[in-house]
Design a protein around this ligand. Structure first.
Ligand SMILES: N[C@@H](CCC(=O)N[C@@H](CS)C(=O)NCC(=O)O)C(=O)O
Length: 217
């Protein structure tokens, strides 16, 4: 049985986008797994992995950290159904995952970070505030006050994603790890926030519902 070290918020809420990527890979491949909840400040629980971030998986003696490395490991160990189905698909998925990390996340983060904070375990709030305020260059209250100013950049990214997915079922035509990457991100946001994502993005909404049904979450 795979053990997945999974970020946990208040009330056992699981919202980490990168942990959702790992869980989506395990679910798509029908690999049985259990989760071990890890708060932001419980770095000791994952010290065995030699780094400080989740997701981490452990299977028998094997330890793998980082959502991309976990995807590669699962594909190697459990090839079917494939998340990199075809020549060049893995490389394209890598590109897409970096697009999600470097373009989609920065557009979402300032809009939803106050909602994330509201769902962080009380024991982690100081840590979250300090680290995220340093990243944002302002207080969480200042970010919340500017929410309307951050929305246009998010709308632009959502419109790009909507245009890409229009007329096709999956981002590369067939189901791949690219879909899983974006799924993880939208699962993160919809778990903690009521920010409307799909009002002007009907094709993206249809894809989202398709993914939720396919992954059973
Ligand atoms: N590149 C890593 C990123 C993992 C990551 O940033 N995880 C966050 C949770 S979403 C984390 O562990 N943060 C710990 C912290 O902020 O202290 C991956 O793809 O797995």
């Amino acid at each position: 049985m795979v053990e997945l070290y999974d970020l946990v918020g208040a009330n056992d809420l699981r919202f980490s986008p990168f942990c959702w990527r790992a869980k989506a890979v395990l679910r798509y491949k029908n690999i049985p797994y259990t989760t071990i909840p890890v708060r932001f400040t419980e770095k000791d629980k994952i010290a065995f992995s030699g780094q400080e971030r989740v997701p981490v998986i452990r299977e028998n003696g094997t330890v793998v950290a980082d959502s991309w490395a976990i995807a590669e490991y699962c594909e190697r160990k459990y090839p079917e159904p494939s998340i990199f189905p075809g020549i060049g698909i893995k490389e394209a998925c890598r590109f897409f995952s970096l697009y999600v990390d470097n373009t989609v996340h920065p557009a979402l983060f300032p809009v939803v970070v106050p909602d994330v904070f509201a769902h962080v375990d009380p024991a982690d709030r100081d840590y979250f505030r300090t680290t995220r305020e340093a990243r944002l260059g302002m207080t969480l209250e200042q970010v919340a006050a500017k929410r309307a100013e951050f929305r246009p950049a998010l709308r632009t990214v959502l419109a790009q994603l909507n245009a890409t997915i229009s007329g096709q079922d999956y981002f590369f035509g067939l189901f791949t790890y690219a879909d899983i990457c974006l799924f993880g991100t939208l699962k993160w946001v919809t778990t903690v926030s009521n920010e409307p994502l799909f009002d002007a993005a009907p094709a993206l909404h249809a894809w989202w519902e398709r993914m939720r049904q396919q992954l059973g979450v």
